[in-house]
Design a protein around this ligand. Structure first.
Ligand code: IMP
Ligand code: MG
Length: 177
C-alpha cells in the first residue's frame, strides 16, 4: 500500500522544479537544449521542468525499462529510441530516479556514441546509497533514502504514476534487494 504521508509534497516539488529550471536557464544561456526524457517515469517531471525553461528547446524521448516489481533486473531494455539528431547538440537527459545508475549509465553511453556537443543529466530523485555504477549527475531535485517510491511519474508495476506527489510504497524490505 501507499503510505498516507507524502515523502515529497506538491509544494516541495513545485519549488524545487523552479530552482532547477532557474539553474538550467542560467547554465544554458545562449545555447539550445535538446531535452531527452526517459519514459515512462520522467513524463511528469519532464513536462513541469520544460515549462519553466526559457532557452530554446526541442524535445525527444527514450522509452526504457529495467525494473520488475520493486527490483532492478540489471538489464536495460530500450523499447523506443530517440528520433531527433543528437550530433552536435547540447543534450539534457531528464530522468525520474537514479538508483543503481545502471539505466542512466547505459542511456548516457548510448547517446555519447552519437557525438553530442555536450551531455548533461537532470534527475528528479537520487537514491545515492544504492549506486552500483558511477554516473555524474548535473542537476538533482531531491536526494531520497533507500525506500521504494511511487508518484509524480514513478510507478509500481505501472500504477500510481498519476499521483501529484511522491509517496513511499510500503513493501517489505527484502523484496527491494
Ligand atoms: P537504476 O538503473 O537502478 O538507476 O534505476 C533507474 C530506474 O529504475 C528509474 O528510472 C526508475 O524507473 C526505476 N526506479 C528506481 N527506483 C525506483 C523507485 O523507488 N520507484 C519506482 N521506480 C524506481
Ligand atoms: Mg525511469
Amino acid at each position: 500500500m501507499v503510505t498516507g504521508r507524502p515523502l515529497l509534497t506538491e509544494e516541495q516539488i513545485r519549488v524545487r522544479v523552479k530552482e532547477l529550471a532557474d539553474r538550467i536557464n542560467s547554465d544554458y544561456k545562449g545555447k539550445e537544449i535538446l531535452a531527452i526524457g526517459v519514459l515512462k517515469g520522467a513524463f511528469m517531471f519532464f513536462s513541469d521542468l520544460v515549462k519553466q525553461i526559457k532557452v530554446p528547446l526541442t524535445v525527444d524521448f527514450i522509452v526504457s525499462s529495467s525494473y520488475e516489481d520493486t527490483a532492478t533486473t540489471g538489464n536495460v531494455n530500450i523499447h523506443l529510441d530517440t528520433r531527433k539528431p543528437v550530433t552536435g547538440k547540447d543534450v539534457l537527459i531528464i530522468e525520474d530516479i537514479i538508483d543503481t545508475g545502471i539505466s542512466l549509465n547505459y542511456i548516457k553511453e548510448r547517446l555519447l556514441q552519437k557525438s553530442p556537443n555536450t551531455l548533461k543529466i537532470c534527475v528528479f530523485m537520487d537514491k545515492k546509497e544504492r549506486r552500483l555504477v558511477d554516473v555524474d549527475v548535473d542537476y538533482t531535485g531531491f536526494e531520497i533514502p533507500d525506500v521504494f517510491v511511487v508518484g509524480y511519474g514513478t510507478d509500481y508495476n505501472d500504477n500510481f504514476r498519476n499521483l501529484p506527489y511522491v509517496a513511499n510504497l510500503d513493501k517489505p524490505k527484502e523484496v527491494l534487494k
